[in-house]
Design a protein around this ligand. Structure first.
Ligand SMILES: CCCCCCCCCCCCCC(=O)SCCNC(=O)CCNC(=O)[C@H](O)C(C)(C)COP(=O)(O)OP(=O)(O)OC[C@H]1O[C@@H](n2cnc3c(N)ncnc32)[C@H](O)[C@@H]1OP(=O)(O)O
Length: 224
């Protein structure tokens, strides 16, 4: 069962939702990992570079939607059979990093390399993510780190949750700048996936943050 879910999740993450479902088309079919007018020149340049790298199939762009498709909610129910996922609440639920308006929050696109177990996230943090004036809030940085590490873990190992996340913030990230989050799966021990990342400037000269994490694959035999 777990394997089936992982496969389904992977196919969703890599190819996007199946068309023709009853979900609203805005929800299912707007892929927010594609360029929009709020992306600055640097963001577009990096996106184009990774699209080029994707031409031979070694890297794959990961589509990204605001809401979960019904089949993903069913996946999660396997692990949380007692959870009360209320229909009305679920119909309003959105992926946190996609919940802000275009350009003001998290603008990002992710690419995954299956052979190298690596995920790269190009990220432009908008003006509503401010912490210290002129710079990104640490919680916003942590959100993007968790999301990128999570994709790397899930695409490699199946459905997993963050158990532990350690971040070193080395330099403040200027608001509205573009950075690159480089994630890699370091090792797997039983159900534990150890994934790490760094955040660097576009020219790779500035190291902004580094993080290590442990994701634990959910066990369908356990009642969560
Ligand atoms: C759900 C996904 C849907 C898809 C969405 C796509 C979105 C994309 C991405 C979004 C990404 C966003 C992602 C998010 O934001 S996920 C949201 C934030 N995370 C959570 O809410 C998780 C809360 N915690 C739990 O539910 C449980 O504790 C988990 C499931 C993690 C483990 O509970 P479980 O009962 O299953 O495990 P176990 O106790 O048998 O332990 C098993 C092994 O793990 C080791 N261990 C346990 N805890 C820790 C720890 N803290 N540090 C280090 N190691 C730890 C433990 O020693 C043992 O190792 P060993 O003794 O075997 O060697």
């Amino acid at each position: 069962m777990l394997r089936g879910c992982a496969g389904l999740l992977r196919s969703w993450a890599l190819r996007g939702p199946k068309r023709g479902r009853s979900f609203s088309s805005e929800v299912l079919h707007v892929d927010h990992s594609l360029p929009n007018p709020s992306w600055n020149e640097d963001m577009r340049l990096l996106f184009d570079q990774f699209m080029k790298k994707s031409e031979d199939g070694s890297w794959k762009r990961l589509p990204s939607y605001k809401c979960n498709p019904p089949e993903r909610i069913e996946d999660v129910k396997i692990f949380f059979p007692d959870a009360k996922l209320l229909k009305e609440q679920m119909s309003q639920a959105q992926q946190f990093p996609r919940s802000l308006g275009e350009g003001v929050g998290f603008e990002y696109a992710m690419f995954h390399n299956h052979v190298e177990d690596r995920t790269v996230c190009i990220f432009q943090g908008g003006p509503h993510l401010q912490g210290v004036p002129g710079f990104l809030h640490g919680g916003a940085i942590a959100t993007m780190i968790d999301s990128a590490l999570g994709m790397c873990a899930i695409l490699t190992g199946g459905i997993a949750m963050t158990a532990n996340l350690n971040i070193n913030f080395r330099r403040p990230i200027p608001l509205c700048s573009v950075v690159v989050i480089n994630c890699q799966l370091d090792r797997v021990e039983g159900r534990k996936l150890f994934v790490s990342c760094n955040i660097r400037s576009m020219d790779e000269k500035t190291l902004y943050s580094e993080a290590t994490s442990t994701f634990v694959k959910l066990d369908p035999k356990k009642k969560n």
